[in-house]
Ligand binder design. Structure first.
Ligand code: ZN
Length: 196
């Protein structure tokens, strides 16, 4: 804990560890370190004993530390930060569940990346960067997966479409898949090109 500690509230409960001191809510700063790089977090709230110093971050502070450390690692390792991911998702009016579903992930995966609870793998990082670089693929993924999203393109006069031929082949035998791809090319291409 740093010397910039400030007492915010005297909670008054006796410390469970030393049974001598009392618990206070304090504000403190912390420097996060990763591979020689630093990031400082200010005003973290901690409940701490006046005698033995035993303390815990509050729930909100723990979230800030998790997210701060995850983003420090992302920056140092050259991964997409949570801010960039949130900005992209909001620009396209996608919920966390929408984006998870479009990428074939479990519903809470994007939420875990954004809160710093988890850090994306290199492979997922590249996939996210490709999507950010070419956001028209959101529409393509929507057609492919059947996940309905009210993306930003809808506001720009576009429309959310499903392109049935694009999804069906994934579920049928190879021979039919090849046949279906041919008919898909003939019949669905104008429609899907319009949607792209
Ligand atoms: Zn104590």
């Amino acid at each position: 804990m740093s010397k910039n500690n400030k007492v915010l509230d005297t909670v008054g409960e006796v410390c469970e560890l030393c049974e001598v001191g009392t618990v206070e809510l304090i504000s403190t700063d912390r420097v996060l370190r990763y591979k020689g790089e630093e990031k400082e977090l200010f005003g973290l709230e901690v409940t701490q004993c006046t005698e033995c110093g035993d303390g815990f971050y509050t729930r909100a502070s723990k979230s800030r530390v998790n997210r701060g450390f995850a983003d420090l690692k992302r920056r140092v390792d050259g991964f997409l930060t949570s801010e960039a991911l949130v900005a992209f998702r909001k620009e396209h009016k996608l919920t966390q569940e929408d984006l998870s579903g479009l990428l074939g992930m479990a519903p809470k995966t994007i939420a875990r990346y954004e809160t710093g609870f988890a850090i994306q793998s290199k492979q997922v990082d590249l996939m996210l960067r490709m999507l950010i670089n070419t956001p028209s693929n959101l529409r393509w993924l929507s057609a492919l997966t059947g996940v309905e999203v009210s993306g930003a393109w809808a506001e720009k006069g576009g429309r959310v479409v499903s392109c049935p031929g694009a999804f069906v082949p994934l579920r049928i035998p190879k021979e039919e898949f090849l046949q279906d791809r041919e008919s898909f090319r003939e019949e669905e291409k104008p429609y899907c090109r319009d949607a792209a």
